[in-house]
Design a protein around this ligand. Structure first.
Ligand SMILES: NC(=O)c1ccc[n+]([C@@H]2O[C@H](COP(=O)([O-])OP(=O)(O)OC[C@H]3O[C@@H](n4cnc5c(N)ncnc54)[C@H](OP(=O)(O)O)[C@@H]3O)[C@@H](O)[C@H]2O)c1
Length: 210
């Protein structure tokens, strides 16, 4: 058993999560960010990859609940880590995160050890089922591109909420999914759900379940 996995990303209208230098704050507009905080309020855990932690040092808290409420249950922060290390000043370390790693880590938080066959990366199927065993039923994954790609390839993503900000990148920085798209047949067919306008941004809901 594993939790429901919802991918959330903010991107340019031409599908870039970040520029080539790693900058991405802020592609989305305040209305979209507020809506995204509302998504955090609906899940048990918010997950990011170590690359996102190193680039953005996010807090992953609900700070802008759409109803303005301050009395919100905060989701458990989860970091999918590899062997690249994380700086000791990482903000999430103050929030008692869960770290899913291929190896033991001497870092603040609870570590789930879940190596893949290479021993270098996390086996996400195992990591997610371990989260489920702790009572986590819904996980919001907030990037980055490599983690999104791994979840997609492993068939572990159920839904996606995509926020398109009013920006055209005009070139390749970091597309939503890492790696290459080799041939048309490798594309995934998905169900397009709700499309809504949030101020100057667009929210698109996608169902990936087969
Ligand atoms: N616009 C948005 O919504 C948004 C959201 C989030 C991030 N971003 C941007 O995305 C960039 C970071 O993305 P990223 O692709 O470089 O990194 P990432 O996906 O956040 O993290 C990838 C890292 O996770 C670890 N990992 C362990 N097992 C893994 C597995 N099975 N699959 C994938 N990763 C695994 C590895 O850590 P080690 O390196 O330690 O081995 C790997 O390098 C930043 O520029 C950030 O600003 C944008």
């Amino acid at each position: 058993m594993r939790p429901i996995v919802i991918m959330k990303a903010a991107m340019t209208l031409d599908g870039q999560l970040a520029a080539a230098d790693g900058t991405s704050q802020w592609i989305s507009t305040p209305e979209a960010r507020r809506d995204g905080h509302g998504l955090r309020a609906q899940v048990d855990a918010v997950m990011v990859g170590a690359g996102t932690v190193r680039a953005d040092d996010p807090r992953l808290t609900v700070r802008l609940a759409p109803d303005g409420s301050r009395d919100v249950k905060q989701p458990v922060p989860v970091i999918v880590a590899g062997r690249g290390g994380l700086p000791p000043e990482t903000q999430l370390f103050r929030r008692d995160p869960v770290l899913i790693s291929p190896t033991g880590l001497d870092l603040p938080g609870r570590v789930i050890i879940a190596p893949d066959s290479s021993g270098e990366r996390v086996d996400l199927t195992v990591g997610l089922s371990e989260l489920y065993a702790t009572g986590i039923r819904r996980v919001l994954v907030e990037g980055g591109a490599r983690l999104f790609r791994s979840l997609l390839d492993a068939g572990l993503a159920d839904r996606a909420v995509l926020y398109y900000g009013p920006v055209l990148a005009g070139g390749v920085g970091a597309p939503m999914f890492g790696g290459r798209w080799e041939t048309l047949a490798d594309g995934r067919s998905v169900q397009i759900g709700a499309v809504s306008r949030l101020g100057r941004s667009i929210r698109l809901d996608i169902d990936l379940a087969r």
